[in-house]
Design a protein around this ligand. Sequence first.
Ligand code: HEM
Length: 125
Amino acid sequence: MKKGLAILSSAILSCALFANAAFAASEMESTMKDMKKSYKAAAADSDTTALAKNLKAFRTAVEKAKTTKLPSKYDKKTFDEGITKLLAGLDNVDKLVAANKVPEAKAELDKLRSLMKEYHKKLKV
Ligand code: HEM
């Protein structure tokens, strides 16, 4: 009976661990999807107000990615480096928007796409 209980509890524990790992992976993925949505919206904007709003949503999503558990198959050091660069790039975009330089801001925003490609490649996403 005791043995049965032990087997049962270890089975429950492995299920919980497995579910947790699966959840962690999808949490990062869904955060990245939020990044994609707000990035695309910002890239399509041509007025300062809409651009500022979508950039804010993009920053919120990037900040969330920064603290979301990274699935263990990815290198954390490389990930942190990329997110730091992304936030620095976003600071530049925001400065240009604040100065009402929309075309320049959009050009900077476009560069973040290369950063995405670079890091997705480095991390083998
Ligand atoms: C404009 C910037 C970015 C956008 C719009 C973006 C978007 C996405 C999207 C849509 C996915 C999920 C689907 C897929 O393509 O397979 C994804 C996955 C991922 N991205 Fe990004 N990304 C960006 C930048 C970055 C950067 C800078 C890093 C790392 C420093 C990064 C790390 C990852 C990782 C680790 C995954 C896989 C998540 C998982 O398997 O759970 N991304 N990204």
